[in-house]
Design a protein around this ligand. Sequence first.
Ligand SMILES: Nc1ncnc2c1ncn2[C@@H]1O[C@H](COP(=O)(O)OP(=O)(O)OP(=O)(O)O)[C@@H](O)[C@H]1O
Ligand SMILES: [Mg+2]
Length: 220
Amino acid sequence: MNEFIRVEKLFCSLNKVQVLKNINLVLNRKEFVSLVGPNGSGKTTLGKVSTGIIKPDSGNIFIDGKDISSLSLSEIGRKIGYLFQNPDRQIFAPTVYEDLSFALKYKRTPTDIIEKRVNEVLDMFELKHLKDASIYRLSQGEKQRLAIGGILLNDPQYLILDEPTTGLDPKRKNDLSRILKSLIEHVGILLISHDKSFVLEHSHRIVELRDGSIIDDKKN
Ligand SMILES: Nc1ncnc2c1ncn2[C@@H]1O[C@H](COP(=O)(O)OP(=O)(O)OP(=O)(O)O)[C@@H](O)[C@H]1O
Ligand SMILES: [Mg+2]
């Protein structure tokens, strides 16, 4: 089966305001889809509701062929890596190294393997010099790279990245491009972004939201 996330007839409100209206969307494995649209059109909400972080009013959601209601958040978290629009929300250990090793420790991975994998990510995201730094002194871009690195250490089958280029300078953006291009060979990616050139460079498909409805879904 090629599809990974399926959303059917989805309606969602936040504080009694209808934010998503009758969304139907299929996201496939190894497919790079970008979700675009103006501020407040519902992109972040759609990302969160598709992965069980927010509950919809009605509609069906399937992840990897299973109805979302039969999956716990941790089961979903093992399949889908989610980068929040604000990376502060997902960094919680005191130092960069501890943050990156947290999930592997939790899975009781042997120490030498943790070290090897964390060092690979520190290299990949040029964070080696900040290995023992407190996460409070990181710049926005460093936090963004740390958050993405942490997600990759979980070996997700699918990635949802909400505005991953925020705070990245052109060089870091290029580095992220390179990483995403190698990842798309084996995972599916939903990119939520206002960055037009980044969207055009990477996407197989572009889905456009306006006022909580999909107004366009086309090949790039
Ligand atoms: N917790 C909340 N309570 C009430 N309304 C909310 C909440 N979060 C978001 N909204 C509203 O829902 C709508 C969609 O918000 P959402 O964050 O999904 O948009 P977005 O497309 O991601 O915007 P942006 O491009 O600015 O990130 C907006 O009108 C927003 O004000
Ligand atoms: Mg958003």
